[in-house]
Design a protein. Structure first.
Length: 298
């Protein structure tokens, strides 16, 4: 598997295809993504990969079987338990929650939303890291005129135990609000929080903080708690450490080789850049942030 330390992780812009503008073939994959993941909308990464000729088809064909992998689900749970920053938080007493104007119902909704995002993001981090490693190896094999790279011995097969994912049926009740539904000040706070932990600037705007904008006092309390960590560089360090741990986990998984020679080299390169950027610059830090917030309120 390929070491990602040589990449810049940078992406200038993130173009997307909306669900309503998708071609019939892309629309069919979008529908499959929503059914497989049990989600009401297609995530940014898949809508972006749809703009790369052959990119969505290639990546989703490899990713879909992994979502039924017991190895994936167990690895994602282990990954989330290794956050050192989350351990710095103690759950709020009820008096603190009440002083912030948050009811028990609010707490339940926030915890459910954070768990949903944490579950989804940790699995996505591992899957996209696995795709990056495999497609990098395949690109090297194609460039060398080889059919495949030699597989190391004694590796974990992520496809050896498949299971029905029963966790996707529990979803937050509130839909993701449109940007126009937020007040000016809350929108500014969301924008600030979206930059916390950035190792490289990203044009992507994660949806977690926007989804939490129903509870502005919760976002404000989180800013107060982590702003000192941001200034000290702890959030960046934790996100890059998580990224490295995810890479280490998938490097132990048996490679899957299904080299798609129909996708042109330029498109394959763009897919690799996109996968690398989303895992390194976006998803890893959102896993960290979400688990810190959950520890704070749960």
């Amino acid at each position: 598997m390929t070491n990602r330390s040589t990449t810049s992780h940078h992406l200038e812009a993130i173009s997307t295809i909306t669900e309503k503008d998708a071609t019939p073939s892309v629309s069919a994959i979008f529908a499959d993504i929503k059914v497989t993941l049990g989600v009401p909308f297609v995530n940014l990464i898949w809508r972006h990969l749809a703009t790369i000729p052959g990119g969505l088809e290639m990546t989703w064909s490899l990713a879909k079987p992994l979502y039924s992998s017991k190895v994936l689900n167990e690895s994602a749970r282990t990954l989330r338990l290794q956050s050192s920053l989350a351990d710095r938080f103690s759950p709020w007493p009820d008096s603190v929650r009440a002083a912030l104007g948050l009811s028990l119902q609010d707490k339940s909704e926030i915890v459910l939303l954070l768990e949903d995002y944490g579950h989804a993001n940790s699995r996505a981090l591992l899957i996209l890291s696995y795709l990056f490693a495999n497609l990098s190896a395949q690109s090297s094999a194609l460039g060398q005129g080889e059919e495949r790279v030699a597989q190391p011995l004694a590796q974990i097969d992520p496809f050896s135990q498949l299971e029905i994912n029963k966790e996707t049926s529990i979803k937050p009740a509130r839909p993701l609000p449109a940007p126009a539904e937020m007040t000016t000040e809350v929108a500014k706070l969301v924008k600030i929080l979206n930059t916390f932990g950035e190792s490289v600037p990203s044009p992507a705007e994660p949806s977690l903080y926007r989804h939490l904008s129903y509870w502005p006092s919760f976002l404000a309390a989180f800013w107060l708690a982590v702003e000192p960590m941001e200034r000290q560089g702890l959030l960046v360090r934790e996100a890059t450490d998580l990224y490295a741990r995810a890479s280490s986990i998938v490097n132990q998984w048996k490679p899957v080789f299904s080299v798609d020679e129909t996708i042109v080299p330029e498109a394959r390169t763009q897919v690799l850049k996109s996968l690398d950027h989303f895992t390194y610059a976006v998803i890893a830090r959102m896993v960290v942030h979400g688990d810190m917030m959950k520890r704070m309120i749960d």
